[in-house]
Design a binder for this molecule. Structure first.
Ligand code: GRG
Length: 286
């Protein structure tokens, strides 16, 4: 699995290197900031899901790469904005100083905004407005932004229910992961009945991904994670371990991955890679 992720990362990074303007383009600071965050690391997990879903139904078409790269630009945008002083106020991301620490808050905001615009440029280049709409819905008020709003409002609260935390994680994280898979399947021309199964699969692995993120914030180290471990606890963030305890959080993550596998089993296509990506979610260390 790590080989597969490394290969997709290389394809995405090499495409983005050619697509993004050079650091010397005017105004230099914004192009430096965009490149700094895009090439600061990252597993390219969402892009890999998009490619794997596409390949499950269509078999290796290169035209998925701009679409998958666009999704990674949205993800990078969300990380830059999530780290801002007005959000989580984090100093470290992917083992490096966060964008606002290097370029200042104003440029970090604009770098995120620029990545959003560039992402839609890339996704729309596939000339299929269904892809644009799936992405727009996933990151709007009924998706990532909605989740982030509730996440912020939940800081410091002690009366969150399991339903609340499931909602926040589904919106904040799972929607983009689900959209990555759906976009891959739609691009490949998968039948609606197949795309529906992929959406159900994506919802489960997306939820598990954020639960595992919460767990790693407690059990990992700064070196392995590339960010400040324990910051969720320190900032009294809404997390699964806070609401359900560490052991039950692990049970919920496992159950979500098991459910995801049950959805995959409904497909007739070869789903080996999607299954391995689901297992990666629960086994990952960073
Ligand atoms: C960009 C639409 C938009 C909204 C901004 C800030 C914000 C609203 C939303 C934050 C969403 C967020 C940061 C969720 C966290 C998701 C998460 C688990 C990130 C880490 O993902 P990895 O592990 O990171 O895939 P790498 O570094 O590997 O790319």
């Amino acid at each position: 699995m790590t080989d597969y992720l490394a290969l997709q990362k290389q394809r995405i990074d090499s495409f983005l290197d050619g697509y993004l303007l050079p650091e010397t383009a005017r105004p230099e600071i914004i192009h430096k900031a965009v490149r700094y965050s895009v090439f600061s690391g990252g597993k390219r997990f969402r892009a890999s899901l998009c490619i794997a879903a596409n390949d499950t139904f269509a078999g290796g078409t290169e035209s998925i790469i701009p679409v998958a790269a666009g999704i990674e630009l949205i993800h990078t945008y969300s990380l830059i904005h999530d780290d801002l002083p007005c959000m989580d106020n984090d100093d470290l991301r992917r083992g490096k100083p966060t964008s606002h620490k290097v370029f200042g808050e104003n440029i970090a905001v604009l770098a995120g905004d620029a990545l959003n615009a560039l992402a839609f440029d890339l996704v729309s280049s596939a000339e299929d407005c269904r892809l644009v709409r799936i992405l727009a819905h996933a990151i709007g008020t009924e998706g990532m932004i909605g989740g982030q709003v509730e996440d912020i409002a939940s800081n410091g609260l002690d009366n969150l229910t399991e339903e609340d935390i499931r909602y926040i994680h589904t919106m904040k994280t799972a929607k983009l992961i689900q959209a990555s898979l759906e976009m891959g399947a739609v691009h490949a021309g998968a039948a609606l009945s197949r795309t529906d199964i992929i959406r159900e699969f994506g919802a489960r692995i997306g939820l598990a991904f954020q639960i595992v993120d919460d767990i790693l914030d407690i059990e990992s180290s700064d070196e392995v994670l590339g960010k400040d471990v324990g910051s969720d606890v320190e900032n009294d963030k809404a997390t699964y371990p806070k609401v359900c305890g560490l052991d039950r959080s692990k049970v919920f993550a496992r159950a979500a991955i098991d459910e995801a596998h049950r959805f995959l089993a409904q497909l007739e296509e070869d789903t080996t890679m999607l299954g391995e990506l689901a297992d990666f979610v629960i086994n990952r260390v960073n």
